[in-house]
Write a protein that binds this ligand. Sequence first.
Ligand code: HEC
Length: 448
Amino acid sequence: MNTVLMLSVLLAAGAEARPQVEGPTFCRDVAPILFANCTSCHRPGEVGPFPLVTYEDARKRARQTARICEKRIMPPWKPAAGRETFKNARILTDEQIAVLKAWAEAGAPQGDEADLPPLPKFPEGWHLGEPDLILTVPKPFVIPAEGPDIYVHFVLPLNFKEDRYVRACQVLPSNRRVAHHGVPILDASGTARRLAAKHGGDHYPNFGGPGFIPRGFLPGYAPGQLTMEDETDDRGLTLPKGTDIVLQMHYHPTGKEETDQPRIGLYFTDRKPKRNPCIVALANNDVWIPPGEKAFRRTDAFRLPVDFEVRDIWAHMHMIGKEVRVWADLPNGKRKELLHIPDWDFNWQESYLYAQPLVLPKGTWIRAEFVWDNSADNPRNPNHPPKLIEWGEGSTDEMSGLILGGVTVRPEEEWILWAAVIGHYFEMENKAKEAQKRRQQNPPAAGR
Ligand code: HEC
């Protein structure tokens, strides 16, 4: 048989076995997009409100999926910048969105099951094997069926007699349907224990901030995220003796009462890290947002006392937050954008990990601007009609916060940075208190 003939016989056989569907099919075109971008959260037991695993799951929601993805509501990703800036970016390409749309419009054909890629393996339990130490929240925590989102801080004392070094950490909620995020925060001040005792137990409710200045953070829980050992040899994490871990959990009611009893798995190493993770914290507590105010702005700025290598960034506001912008003014006069969230959504707050670590030289000003919308036009405004909103730790108060995580370029300068961060925090607090006193003595008619 000559080659041309062989080829046409093969092609004919193929055409007979697989009735060719014009345009995209689930098995060949849509499933790969959903499996890579959606199924980590949209499968049974996870935070997504319905599964996107089988053909039937996807067919039922074909139009909704196309619409939500076209509006870029899903996959959830709030920063304006994408994968070139942040390695954990979740963004569909325009081509992928076009496929979802064309597929929905064509009536969601299934196509040939032989084309269906295998479902990715989503690891359950401890990703790196049995941890060296497991800390468990003492009692299951009850999340009511309805109501506002819940922030709770569980205090987990370590009671170490000496410093210990951590190479990896995993937060494992027992109920991933309700758990939006979890962040282990290090408290070296004993404040968290006192706050918990005041609330009569091992946890306290602050909405947002932990109520103390964190000594550091451990890697946390976000839906679908994998646990990694720090790939750089020089950045382990020291848990100084006397430190407590405070696990901040953010829960989103699901419509039925749920419980969660999260655990933290710690993996130790004997190797003392050359550098410890450090933070830079910005905030402005002078928050006093009159009803109807469409763009209430507050800024904060911090001057780096040492060279600092930024690895990740996390921003915080509550319900009526509208926009966050963070940038660095370098000593050479250049400006670098660090984060821009143009349409703040309280539901999606996570650490954004830079694709490339960013070295900011000593003398750099890190600046943040927070904008709130307290008008009736803001669909996320909890008050109808809008009312005055002030700084506070309740779900209908407001707050601003920003944390940059990284390392000082020179390990011995860690303490210089820490002292400056603490100093800056108290300065900011004092300014906010003075502004509040001025308002009490001389109430403004409207506005600031
Ligand atoms: C990181 C977790 C996560 C990922 C990834 C994710 N979702 Fe979702 N999705 C959610 C959650 C949680 C909700 C419920 C609404 C909310 O909390 O924002 C949701 C809601 C939805 C809704 C309903 C939204 C509405 O307003 O009606 C659709 C449709 C949806 N997701 C589709 C997708 C598709 C398609 C993908 C992938 C391209 C995807 N999601 C990726 C977590 C996720």
